[in-house]
Design a protein around this ligand. Structure first.
Ligand code: PBG
Length: 323
């Protein structure tokens, strides 16, 4: 007559549910991506990402300290330059906005947090691609590696603890590792964007960095259908010296996060990207879902899939909610 098995017994009270909870979500596992703009006199809201701004150097410093005090595990910095050119000079210039801001934050926070930088040219190029172009207008893989090596050195000199090459060029981890080691930066690590898919969910980010891109990134970012290829990219990055790997985006790629977590000998990060953020914020603004519950559920699902750390624009807020 009666059910022999009653799983509901373990759900009866909050204390019981807490006791049997399988997945942890802690502030230290969250990394806050931040934007800093060269031209800004005041923080500039990003319309498609309510609550996220292009910072000034000053407001960045304050927001970074606040996030670190809230307990986040690290900060990932993106620069928005005032001027752009074909080779992305602003990314390698020691006085370029990203390098200046890294220096600011390292001076302010020292080793109190893990400071990361986007090691990619797209924010700095006038054509918006992640690399330099050849005579035919195609992204030139090997010429780009040279630029990434220079960019990595500038960022390491400026105080970044971890570099995040996000351009999906072949050999980028190896090229950056060799450049860092040659210059004596053996202690600077690489968080490799190993499996980065050509995703429509990057839409709001393009506004966030005033992207100049026309067309797409399909010759370097991966096809959304490919998981075997993602595992190959991870293996190559590991062989080239990645200290941690990343899957990006997160939500539509949780199976890839899971597959990566099962085979990776190094920590796995997942990037809860701009479009994932915008979807939830837009629905919440319409009163269509409970914003805070949704944020924690999204982040828990990425942890459950196997990510050790999550880059998320909600990092500081979620850290406070979890406290
Ligand atoms: C490229 C880069 C992108 C993002 C992070 N690094 C954009 C792209 O590949 O087009 C997207 C992050 C997000 O959407 O939140 N430097």
């Amino acid at each position: 007559m009666f059910p022999e098995h009653r799983p509901r017994r373990l759900r009866t009270t909050p204390a019981m549910r807490r006791l049997v909870s399988e997945t942890t979500l802690r502030p230290r596992q969250l990394i806050l991506p931040m934007f800093v703009a060269e031209a800004a006199d005041e923080p500039k809201p990003i319309a498609s990402m309510p609550g996220v701004v292009q910072h000034t150097r000053d407001s960045l410093r304050k927001a970074a300290v606040d996030a670190v005090r809230a307990g986040v595990g690290g900060l990932m910095l993106f620069g928005v330059p005032a001027t752009r050119d074909a080779i992305g000079s602003g990314g390698t210039d020691e006085n370029g906005i990203l390098n200046v801001a890294l220096r600011d934050l390292r001076a302010e926070l020292g080793d109190e947090t893990v400071l990361m930088a986007d090691t990619c040219l797209d924010e700095f190029t006038d054509h918006g691609h992640c690399g330099v172009l050849d005579a035919n207008g195609e992204v030139d893989n090997d010429a780009t590696l040279q630029r990434y090596a220079e960019m990595a050195l500038a960022q390491a000199d400026a105080g970044a603890h971890l570099l995040g090459p996000s351009g999906m060029m072949d050999g980028q981890v190896g090229a950056i590792r060799a450049a860092l080691d040659d210059a004596g930066h053996t202690g600077t690590g690489i968080l490799a964007y190993s499996a980065k898919f050509a995703s429509a969910f990057y839409g709001p980010f393009r506004e966030a960095v005033d992207s100049q891109l026309t067309g797409d990134r399909k010759t370097y970012q991966q096809d959304p259908g490919n998981v075997r290829e993602a595992l190959r990219e991870i293996e190559l990055d590991l062989a080239e010296g990645a200290d941690a790997i990343m899957i990006k985006p997160a939500l539509a790629y949780l199976d890839v996060v899971r597959a990566a977590a099962q085979m990776s000998p190094v920590p796995v990060a997942a990037y809860n990207i701009s479009g994932e953020y915008a979807m939830v914020e837009a629905a919440a603004a319409n009163g269509w879902l409970d914003r805070e519950r949704t944020i924690l559920e999204v982040l828990t699902s990425i942890r459950r899939a196997g990510a050790d750390m999550i880059l998320t624009y909600w990092a500081a807020e979620a850290a406070r909610l979890l406290d």
